[in-house]
Design a binder for this molecule. Structure first.
Ligand SMILES: Nc1ncnc2c1ncn2[C@@H]1O[C@H](COP(=O)(O)OP(=O)(O)OP(=O)(O)O)[C@@H](O)[C@H]1O
Ligand SMILES: [Mg+2]
Length: 216
């Protein structure tokens, strides 16, 4: 099977406390999976390890069948892996919505006109075009979440790592997000507590409990 990510025997402990041991799974090409589990079991920690933001104590991670041995190995995939953190307060780098969504495209060398057009398109697809010139700081929690999603989707990554994407979203926005994510043919790992949300999106659900990851 062609895989986007292969995890093998990942273990992580924090100050002698073992969070999880020997976690293994494969994320197939364009496969969507979910990870559930109680508060504090280590779901976000696992996603940060996969995103290259934390180091595991042991075990291996392969991305597109290439072994990731050190932080620099991630650099090759930086633009292909999009990570939406659970807490997005420190996520934004610009003042206004449109600036923030355009920011990463401009950093990639995309011309300003094209970056603007692509950013408008993505805002439109998330139904938040009306927020274009708003100051991010003033947005509601749910609005911020949608803007953060726009900022990662605009780069057209191949893998999406989404940590509780429906946090703060009302029912309508959640439905919209299900439609959007269902229409995106990319590999995804989604952490969520909302069963109805993940049931309508993923083909496989894992549960993190008792320091291990099991098929739910
Ligand atoms: N930087 C840190 N320093 C100390 N402890 C931490 C740190 N980050 C996480 N932890 C602890 O590690 C454990 C796992 O945290 P994590 O955020 O991965 O859980 P989670 O499964 O995502 O929980 P939730 O459902 O509440 O988001 C928790 O006990 C948390 O307090
Ligand atoms: Mg978490």
């Amino acid at each position: 099977m062609s895989c986007s990510i292969n995890l093998k025997d990942i273990s992580y402990k924090k100050d002698e406390k073992i969070l999880f041991e020997n976690i293994s799974f494969d994320l197939g090409h364009k496969e969507k999976i979910a990870i559930i589990g109680k508060n504090g079991v280590g779901k976000s920690t696992l996603l940060k390890i996969i995103a290259g933001l934390k180091n595991q104590n042991s075990g291996t991670i392969d991305i597109f069948h290439n072994r990731i041995n050190k932080k620099e190995d991630y650099e090759k995939y930086r633009d292909e892996i999009a990570y939406l953190p659970q807490d997005i307060d420190n996520f934004f780098l610009s003042i206004t919505v449109i600036e923030d969504v355009m920011f990463s495209l401009l950093a990639l060398g995309v011309k300003k006109d094209e970056a603007y057009k692509k950013s408008l398109d993505i805002l439109k697809s998330l139904d938040i075009l009306h927020l274009e010139n708003r100051v991010i700081y003033d947005l509601s929690g749910g609005e911020k979440k949608l803007v953060a999603l726009a900022a990662i989707l605009v780069k057209e990554p191949k893998i999406l790592l989404l940590d509780e994407p429906t946090n703060n979203l009302d029912e309508d926005s959640e439905k919209k997000l299900i439609d959007i994510l269902n229409n995106i043919e990319k590999s995804m790992i989604i952490i969520s507590h909302q069963k109805t949300f993940i049931d309508s999106l993923v083909t496989k659900i894992y549960i993190l409990e008792e320091k291990t990851l099991k098929v739910y």
